[in-house]
Design a protein. Structure first.
Length: 85
């Protein structure tokens, strides 16, 4: 009787191993690739802090966008431009 239970257990384990190897893992519906989740980040030219595009204060200079962590950094950037010869 114990031999038969051991054989059944071994067959079951073998079955589960074969199923696991052949089906592979399916990604969950809520999980996405980490690279696709990563938002673009930009470095604030005044303080050097990195900020995402969603959270950034955006200023334009000569058609080029600059990303700032706050309005204070944007104002400092504008003041620096005003004082340049």
């Amino acid at each position: 009787m114990i031999r038969m239970l051991m054989w059944l257990l071994l067959i079951y384990i073998g079955y589960r191993v074969v199923i696991a190897l052949t089906t592979g893992k399916k990604p969950a519906a809520g999980n996405r690739d980490a690279a696709s989740d990563a938002a673009a980040t930009y470095q604030d030219p005044v303080c050097g802090m990195y900020v995402s595009e969603e959270d950034a204060v955006i200023g334009k200079l000569e058609g080029q966008r600059h990303y700032f962590c706050s309005m204070a950094c944007l104002e400092k950037f504008r003041e620096q431009l005003d004082h340049k010869p």
